[in-house]
Every structure is written in C-alpha cells, then in structure tokens.
Design a protein around this ligand. Structure first.
Ligand code: GLP
Length: 267
C-alpha cells in the first residue's frame, strides 16, 4: 500500500487529480487506447477538489474524457435524480456538467428509484465486467471507515447490493439534509468491497481530523470487517492520498516511513 501524505486538502486534491490525469493520458496514448479507461468515482466532500482540478484540465484541453467510462460507487435508495442530495445530482453538479467531452452514455450511476434493487445491482456488476473491470477506483471513506456504503461488518468480499445505513452514518450525512438524520434515506445501493478491490487500482482520499481513526485503521489496523476500509491492505494497487490533519492517529514511525518512502518522484 502507498500512503501519500500532503500538507492540506488542496494539495491532496491536486496530487490525486494529477495521478488520475496521468493514468488516463497514459492509457489513451498506450497500447490499450482502443478500449475505454474505466474509472470508479465517489461522492462526498473528499473528492470535490479532485473534481474541480480534473474539470479545469479538461476545459484547458489537457485531459480528455471522451474515452472514459465511469461507474459511481453508490446511490441513496428512494431519491430521484433531481433531488439535490441524490448522488446522480451531486455528480452532475460537481463534475460531469463541467466536462466538455464526457459522453452521457458513458456515465453509470446506480438507479436509486429502481423497483427491483437486486436486479439493478446485478446488472451493474455485469456492466462493469463487460468492460473488463475497473481500471482505477477513486474512493472516500466515512468516519467509521465505510468504503462506498459498506458499513462496519459488511463482508470484505461483498458485491454490489442494497445496504442499510447505520444511525451514525445518517447523523454524519444529515448535514446535507437540514441536520435531520430522519431525512437521510435509511438504505442505499452500493458497490461491494469485493467490487472495489477487484479494480486494478484503488485510490482513496482521506482528509481531516475526523478521519484520523479511519486512516489508522486502514493503514495500521488488522484486516477486519469492522473497518471495511482495511480490505485495501489485501489489494496490490492501493493508494491512500491523505492530508496532515488525517494523520493524527498514525504512529510516528508509520508517518515517518511514508514521508520517507514517498520523497522521490514516482507514478
Ligand atoms: C458517504 C458516501 C461515501 C463517502 C463518505 C465520506 O457516506 N457514501 O462514499 O466516502 O460519505 O464522505 P465525505 O467525503 O463527505 O467525508
């Protein structure tokens, strides 16, 4: 696992956007350019800086999304697209609407209004597989370490399915629902931990004091379904991009190790 520690949220976002842009450009100029680059995407406050920078590069003509297919991690069950807290709305508002060459038919987001959630999830897995899997899955994590909506004790081999949200998560996410946890949907559709770890690479953004315990669990804890983010330790291409604030619960040795090993240039 790589852990890339940046001074603050802005630098973390620029680093992650640069990494993603380099991967897309390398793909489009490489031997596999004939097939699309498949990118997994999250919602939340963590990726907003990355989305801004990727859109800026796209508008400046430095990065094309014409050959990119995206799959989002999750969606609230029962929220229509036009609801301003649906993840469909978030993704268009914060990212897709700002890209000049993203093809709408290449955007995949689980449909939270489906009348057959099981079938919706099965088809999603099938569609990911039809592209040969995901090249790079960007993610964020919750304060309890949930990756997508895979709350503590979700199987580390789980696939896309319906998830019940914990009261804690509904309280945390209530900041977007007028501070009323009851207004936060109690269920969501979410890719599984197995869906994420099947990706060739996983890049997870972790920033702020409130994620410090989750970062320590991701990097230093044992692999356990209690912290579903810890599954990344079993992945051969996992990168954590984090800021200083999130490092508060790391051991000094761990912190120094990653600063040391990441000093040089690498991709
Ligand atoms: C939600 C999403 C997760 C996201 C998490 C963290 O619960 N389902 O995919 O990673 O929030 O959000 P934030 O980045 O706002 O802290």
């Amino acid at each position: 696992m790589r852990v890339v520690i940046q001074d603050n949220y802005e630098k973390m976002s620029l680093w992650a956007a640069d990494y993603i842009a380099k991967k897309i450009n390398a793909h489009n100029n490489g031997p596999e350019a004939g097939r699309p680059f498949v990118l997994g995407l999250p919602t939340g406050s963590s990726p907003i800086g990355v989305y801004k920078e990727l859109a800026r590069r796209n508008q400046a003509g430095e990065l094309s999304f014409a050959n990119v297919v995206t799959f989002n991690m999750d969606e609230y069950l029962g929220l229509p697209h036009e609801h301003d807290q649906s993840y469909w709305y978030f993704m268009h508002d914060n990212f897709f609407d700002h890209l000049v060459d993203m093809k709408p038919e290449n955007i995949n987001i689980l449909n939270g209004m489906t009348d057959d959630p099981e079938e919706e999830c099965r088809k999603y897995e099938e569609k990911i597989a039809s592209y040969g899997g995901i090249d790079l899955f960007m993610g964020g994590i919750g304060v309890d370490g949930h990756l997508a909506f895979n709350e503590p004790y979700t199987s580390l081999t789980s696939r896309t399915g319906v998830r019940n949200l914990t009261t804690d998560t509904r309280i945390v996410n209530s900041r977007f629902f007028g501070n009323d946890p009851e207004k936060v949907p109690s269920q969501a559709l979410s890719v599984g931990i197995g869906t994420v770890t099947d990706s060739k690479e996983v890049l997870v953004l972790i920033s702020g004091h409130n994620k410090a315990r989750a970062l320590a669990a991701t990097v230093e804890g044992g692999v356990s379904q209690k912290w579903t983010c810890s599954a990344l330790q079993m992945h051969n291409g996992a990168i954590i991009a984090c800021d200083e604030e999130a490092c508060g619960e790391l051991m000094v040795d761990t912190y120094k190790y990653f600063l040391d090993i990441e000093r040089g240039e690498r991709l």
